[in-house]
Design a protein around this ligand. Structure first.
Ligand code: GTP
Ligand code: MG
Length: 197
């Protein structure tokens, strides 16, 4: 399947986001959860900067992607935790909140994927994020990253735990092995059309 992808811009606020009304899908999650790696795995090229140490970017990095016959859309690598603002004051916080607020604050078709580390199901920071996202009335789904790191027994146990706490099916992916990427592309194509749960 042919994939066309390009970096568009790093957005600090609403004025920097594209205005052509293509659907947008944001990737949010704790630093180091694998947001940038997942975007790179999806587009099969190193577009997004990845790092073993938590990144310092406070901007929303926006990529325009098209896969096969699917209409083009934007993947948005959202920084930090706009939704944990109260509990995480500090350096750069205002700027990252602005990028997140800009994403959620504009009209248009959009969806959000909460990325959680499959090795650590049910972290309270992830649950807080999920609740915060629920208040943004935007279709959303949970994606569990780095499943290549789980044993079979952990996979069974962690999936059960995650589906319990998030109260919905969780997509399992690995940027390393490519597991789950096909299903994730399908989710990216359909989620922005759905109404918020
Ligand atoms: P920030 O930009 O700091 O918020 O981090 P991020 O969420 O973008 O994480 P990033 O993609 O930079 O990945 C963090 C680390 O996890 C890197 O060392 C990656 O190589 C590793 N990683 C990401 N995805 C996977 C995966 O599917 N499997 C394994 N084994 N490692 C992964
Ligand atoms: Mg990143």
């Amino acid at each position: 399947m042919q994939i066309v992808a390009e970096f568009v811009t790093s957005a600090a606020g609403a004025a920097d986001f594209p205005r052509d009304r293509l659907p947008e899908v944001a990737f949010v999650g704790r630093s180091n959860v694998g947001k940038s790696s997942l975007i790179n795995a999806l587009v099969r090229q190193p577009l997004a900067r990845t790092s073993a140490t938590p990144g310092k970017t406070r901007l929303a990095n926006i990529y325009r992607v098209r896969r096969g016959s699917m209409p083009a859309c934007y993947l948005v690598d959202l920084p930090g935790y706009g939704y944990a603002r109260a509990s995480r004051p500090g350096e750069g916080e205002t700027e990252s909140s602005q990028a997140a607020d800009a994403f959620f604050g504009r009209p248009g078709q959009r969806a959000v994927l909460l990325l959680v580390d499959s090795r650590h199901p049910g972290l309270s920071s992830d649950l807080n994020a999920w609740q915060w996202l629920a208040s943004r009335s935007c279709p959303r789904a949970v994606v569990a990253t780095k499943v290549d790191k789980l044993t079979h027994a952990e996979r069974v146990r962690h999936v059960r735990e995650m589906e319990n706490v998030f109260e919905m099916p969780v997509a399992l992916v690995s940027a390393r092995t490519g597991e789950g990427l096909d299903e994730l592309w399908k989710m990216i194509a359909s989620l922005p059309n759905q109404t918020a749960a």
